[in-house]
Design a protein around this ligand. Structure first.
Ligand code: 0O2
Length: 212
């Protein structure tokens, strides 16, 4: 059904995807600019890396089904807000909130939704700060507001999420062992969050003794 939709609307679909790509470029640039400013003003680089992605067809189709979204380009655009994704990997947990604040203060960014899985981790142990924002992209004749999901993680949060994601796609695991695996992964998430806290604490002490 999805393939049919794309085949019938090849051009508008490609155009929509190119808008998401443009929105990703806008957001990525904003973070590069912020990082540059931090590095010149405070001699620190809160951003360790930026990853971007357009949601894969498979993942898009799964979400359309899961949320029972009508099969039209308009409803996909309206209901699926994470087609464009930017992941910002930060050094320390506090950098996440500082960066998110500076980003949200920019007057062309509209906050649509905020999910703080750092303060409220998922049952799996997943931690990250998710923002859905709208960013304008300027076209020949008009301005278009485009949804982008920004995920902020520390290196430790990203390390856990990447490996857990890989392990989750491993073949059929029997129910009882799946349970055990989940518990083990949850324990790893807790441990890695403790490590984040300790590193943050070390930095705070250094800053209080020797300044930024
Ligand atoms: P991809 O890259 O899209 O294929 P909602 O839209 O709010 O109704 P949704 O989309 O489930 O619901 O939102 P959620 O859970 O806030 O965010 C989903 C994304 O967060 C995932 O994208 C992952 O990137 C990440 N994520 C959430 N929970 C976990 C977890 O337990 N482990 C890992 N590794 N990542 C997680 P997709 O859609 O899976 O990926």
């Amino acid at each position: 059904e999805f393939l049919e939709l794309i085949q019938k609307n090849r051009k508008p679909f490609d155009l929509l995807m190119s808008y998401y790509q443009c929105a990703i470029m806008e957001i990525e640039t904003k973070f590069r600019v912020l990082n540059q400013e931090y590095s010149l003003e405070y001699d620190k680089n809160p951003i360790e890396g930026i990853k971007t992605r357009i949601k894969s067809y498979d993942s898009l189709v799964r979400k359309i089904r899961r949320k029972n979204i009508p099969m039209s380009l308009a409803s996909i655009e309206e209901n699926i807000k994470d087609i464009a994704g930017v992941r910002v990997i930060c050094s320390f947990p506090e950098d996440i909130y500082e960066l998110a604040d500076s980003f949200l203060k920019q007057d062309d960014i509209v906050l649509i939704e905020k999910k703080d899985y750092i303060k409220n981790p998922k049952p799996s142990g997943y931690r990250s700060l998710h923002l859905i924002v709208q960013v304008p992209i300027f076209l020949q004749k008009n301005k278009k507001m485009v949804n982008v999901e920004v995920q902020f993680r520390t290196i430790a949060m990203d390390f856990w999420a990447s490996l857990e994601h890989k392990l989750r796609y491993k073949k059929d695991i029997p129910e009882d062992q799946a349970q055990q695996l989940q518990e083990e992964l949850l324990a790893c998430a807790t441990q890695s969050a403790q490590l984040d806290e300790r590193m943050q604490e070390i930095r705070n002490q250094l800053v209080s003794k020797f300044g930024e």
